[in-house]
Structures are given as C-alpha cells and as structure tokens.
Write a protein that binds this ligand. Sequence first.
Ligand SMILES: [Zn+2]
Length: 394
Amino acid sequence: MAGFRELLAQTKERIREIEPAEAEERLGEATFLDVRELDEYEQGMIPGALFIPRGHLESQIENRIPDRTTPVVIYCAGGTRSAFAADTLQQLGYTDVVSLAGGFGRWKNEGRPWVTPAVLNPEQRNRYHRHLLMPEVGEVGQQRLLESKVLLLGAGGLGSPAALYLAAAGVGTLGIVDMDVVDASNLQRQILHNMDRIGERKVDSAKKTLTQLNPDVDVVTYDVRFGADNVVEIIEGYDVVVDGTDNFPTRYLLNDASLLTRTPVVHGSIFRFEGQVTVFKPYEGPCYRCMLPEPPPPELAPSCAEAGVLGVLPGIVGSIQALEAIKLVLDLGDPLVGRLLAYDALEQSFRTFKVRRDPECPTCGEHAGEIVIAEYDEHCLPHATLADGSTVGH
Ligand SMILES: [Zn+2]
C-alpha cells in the first residue's frame, strides 16, 4: 500500500506542473481554479480565479467548467492539493489541466498579481444561498448585485414588486423617486404599502418595507417632483433605472436624461389587462423616442386612474422589470433591448415585437443635436397632473 509521499509522487507523474512564471503568462487565457478552503481563499486569490474547494471539486466542476477542453491552471496553497485535483480532472475527461508548482504561496512570494476577494459574510451566504448555487450568479455575481445601484421611478404599482424583488435579490442600493402619499385606493396593487401607512409619504413607507425585508439594502429616497431641474442629478450614479411612471412627459424627460448619462432604462407600462416591458439601452438599441416619436392624443391615452388596472397585473410587469434590471447588472442572457414584450392577462399570452432604432431619431439618431433636458408639459401632457406630481407611479 502506498504511503502519502508515494501517492503524491505517483500522482505527479500523471499530471503536468508548471512554474509560476509560465502560469502568469496564461493569465486571462486559461481558467485559474482555486481549490483551497474558504478561509484561505478569503486572504487572497489570483485575479479572476474560479473558487471550488477541493472537497466540492468532483461534484461542481462539470457545472462550473462545462467544456472539458478548457485550459485549466489549478492552484492550492503549496501545490499538493492542486496536484491531486489535476489528476481528478483528467480522470473526469478534462484534457488541458496543469497544477501550479509551489501554489499560491510561491506565486505571492514572487510578487505576482493577487487580490483580496470581496466575500460574503455567513448571514449573506445563507440569505443568497439559492443565488450562490448557480454558477451564472455565484459569489462574484452576488457581490456585483450588492455593489449595484438601481433607481426606481415611482413606488406605485410597478415600483412595488420591482423594489421588493430587487431588495430581496440583494441589489445594494435602491433609489426611489416618488412624491405621493399612501392612499387606501393604492393598496389594490401597490404592495409596498399597507393600512398602517395610509397618509404617509410613499418613499418612507417603501423604505420601511424594504429595510425590513433586507437590511443589506441602502434605500435612498427622493421625495421630489422628477423634473428637468433634477433628473440628471438624480439618475447619475445609478447603473439601471426601472421606470414605473405612467405619463408621457416624464417618460420623454427620463429618456433624454438616460441618453445623456448613458443609463439603461427598463421601461414598463400597464393598462387595464395589458402590460408591456422593454429595455432602452442608450445607443445600443432604440430609445423611447425611436419607439414613440410623439405621444398619442389624450383621448387615446387615458391614465390608469381613468381606465383602471387589474390588481396582480402590475405585479407581473414590475417583476419582469426587476428581472431585466438584474440581467443588466449581471450581464446575463438577452435583455429586452430592441424587443417589446407585451403581456395580455385575459388571453394569458406573451408576445414579443421588434423595436428598431430610428436613424433619424431626434435624440439618439445620427443627426441628433445636443441633448437639451427640457420638460414637455405643453406639447404632450395628456392630463394636467404633473403640476401636483401625483402621476409618478401607477
Ligand atoms: Zn432614439
């Protein structure tokens, strides 16, 4: 029977070891795989490395590195565990695997690049466990969510579910713009609020609900009328804006400011039994003006206060908006850029329509002039509601 030294020697004969200098040349090309324990990893890692503790290697590797021809450089602290790990990966069919001689210890001593990973604390690891199980999110993605900033326009029908789900998912900073107070007639759909909050500022009510749900989230409130004088200042610094407004002047204003600051907007709207969602990614897809150069005449665009909206519907549309915001933050999948998703609650159907960028768009087109942030009340205000600000939020 082989002792430890003999076993290690036999294993090393079956694998290839490379020196730190050679490994450094492969940074950015090969996948670096850290097989140490969490407490070691937290002290420092090779930039960009994938972290799978040795004990989880066999069970997790196929999910984390599905392509068995991927070049992999495995490292541990001193080069022993990584040698065994390399042997295991070869047995699992990985064809281009090497072990880093001397491990992270030698790498660091030789002055090669390393970073301290941002790590979740034990409570966060438990709270976001379902995210951590998915390699597409994982610890790195969760950290990115915690560092992200999403602005919600409106703490109403669409803003409520969007804010709740974004807070639950661990978006670290949620800005909320709304200058309304909670009214009993809001509670049919605006699930951020409740009976105890009637008469309270909506932003304060929203902050209480969200902070109780997830104390990791910093809720920044803007109890102001969203206007030409403050729009740029407010949206600057946010990664994504989730638009839950229900009036054309605010949408045009937001559109222009988002192009100016290059902030993507997840647009949502609801009407009776129908909802729509699309993503306006500045200069990569169409903008709101490409899609709707002019607002429809007032008689064709009644507000939700006039036309009504089925409860639950904003929950579906706002949740899709939250999902799109998370996809943008994590760079996941195909966001609804250049696509309008239309939902019909009575048919229970989703349809997707192409939305094209207009080369002659007055704001984002080839011949567009300098963007001037101005309000469009006189030209396109279908209802004289902006003056008291009560239309922010459905
Ligand atoms: Zn445009």
